[in-house]
Design a protein around this ligand. Sequence first.
Ligand code: F6R
Length: 374
Amino acid sequence: DKRHFRHFMLKEIHEQPETAELWVARHLPPDLSSDEPVALPLDHSFYADLERIQILACGTSRHAALVGAYLLEQFAGIPTSVFYASEFRYAPPPLAPHTLTIGVTQSGETADTLAALTMDAQRRQAHGEPAFAPRQLGVTNRPESSLTRQVPYILDIGAGIEVGVAATKTFLGQLLAFYGLALAFAARRRQRSLSEIASLKDELRALPDQLRSLVELHDQRCEVLANRFADTQDVIFLGRGINYPIALEGALKLKEISYIHAEGYPAGEMKHGPIALLDARVPVVSIAMPGVVFEKVLSNAQEAKARDAKLIGVAPECPDTALFDALLPVPEVSEWISPLLTLVPIQLLSYHIAAHRGLDVDQPRNLAKSVTVE
Ligand code: F6R
């Protein structure tokens, strides 16, 4: 049931405050004991001796994994690599001890991801790890899926059924799963002070309300903006650091539902080639959130502007962001939390451009909700 929404995708974007609310209620309950950073269904043996993490995923789930890797490395201090499941399967890195493998799949049925996890488990077994419990964790929205029969540990993102083929609320749910893991690991490894951990938790608790106002605001703003950009042929999305994966996700969402060519780039990489594409016909969406790379992203946006590109900023409203031709404002929050907010305008911009073009947003051509062939 779409309720009053025109498409399931729009409904599911609007459900994201609830996804966050549910996550907070489950994982940061008010009665959480003070020495427990986050409530997760993982026992002591899950955490023991861990030295590195590898994450296997496809599509949007891989983008969530990239934000996850940033958090696991930069917040929790664990070396982490992300692989396309379809690439890992035929070219895995040399096996290393004390490694956790995380498979991220919303549907729990993606053939590439399941096959990569099977291969990983078999290799570990051949190297003496116990066959009954390979060191693997699955992050999924479908705890009844094939994934669950395959890996010993599961984090259920609990986002509820997602009908639109383009992943939205499940992307948020996957991101949140990584925030939970990063909190747990950072605390166990004493990588972060108690106050750093407490402040990330406070921001996560404030997330549902923040998402509620952002979704309302950007639903309107993006609809207006979409009229201006609906005939565009190419769009570039730029981001850096923790928001680089959101640029990738913006480009993927736009191409899959609107059939407009889009590319996501780390903003600093523009000058090494893609900048040659830019002119007045190519809008550039720049995600510029305060933090370690803020000034850098703004100067990368300035370079694009100098080539006459139309600049759309996903950024806070402040004098520094006056260079944007159009601003999709996001409140100034800590950099750690910012991808959970910047994802909203990125999704709604793609949605409204596709809807404006009269396309079948929920059932884009050539795509299926779960890809069960390799
Ligand atoms: C994009 C999208 C796909 C999936 C990918 C993996 O909107 O939905 O890119 O993210 O096919 O699917 P799961 O997460 O089910 O493994």
